[in-house]
Design a binder for this molecule. Structure first.
Ligand code: RP5
Length: 173
């Protein structure tokens, strides 16, 4: 049995230094009222902890794991190797070309072990949270309804921006 406070999404990061860069994941989940937990663990520094977490995640009620790491970013891949849950890889920005190292380490998984990798920087952290919401919404009609409303809001926002831009262009003439 799960209740509304049981975490459905596990957010992992390789270091606490990642948190300021990926906080938007949590904000996206909070926006949709999705319960989550946040933990620091490292594929390289605490491999045993990562394995134990990934192996027990489904039985503890989690449905999606979001794994963020920077540099030699192997956390998401290692987690995916130990669980049947969908894993979203979140590459963290670094000094090396904005995080190209993180992006490639996360996305270039071998066949048979998928990691759904979102972008590095920009909308990446928020998209990781929203993708988790969409996965959960497949089996949760109330959440799907909220997500549809959100999408509708996006369309209205862009339409409003377009109207404002057309007006500004007309006034410039
Ligand atoms: C990665 O190494 C972490 O995800 C982090 O992005 C990076 C640096 O970690 P710290 O040296 O700041 O702990 O595993």
């Amino acid at each position: 049995m799960t209740d509304s406070s049981t975490p459905r999404v596990g957010i992992l990061m390789g270091s606490d230094s990642d948190w300021p860069k990926i906080k938007a994941v949590a904000a996206a989940l909070e926006q949709f009222g999705v319960a989550f937990e946040v933990n620091v663990m490292s594929a390289h520094r605490t491999p045993q902890v990562v394995q134990e977490y990934a192996v027990s995640a489904a039985a503890r009620g989690l449905s999606v794991i979001i794994a963020a790491a920077g540099g030699a970013a192997h956390l998401a891949g290692v987690v995916a190797s130990h669980t049947t849950l969908p894993v979203i890889g979140l590459p963290v920005q670094t000094a090396l070309q904005g995080g190209l190292d993180s992006l490639l380490s996360t996305v270039q998984m071998p066949g048979d072990v998928p990691v759904a990798t979102v972008g590095v920087g920009m909308g990446g952290p928020r998209n990781a949270g929203l993708l988790a919401v969409q996965i959960l919404a497949l089996g949760d009609p109330a959440l799907l309804k909220k997500f549809k409303t959100f999408k509708q809001g996006l369309a209205e926002k862009i339409s409003g921006k377009n109207t404002a831009l057309q007006k500004a262009i007309r006034e410039e003439k």
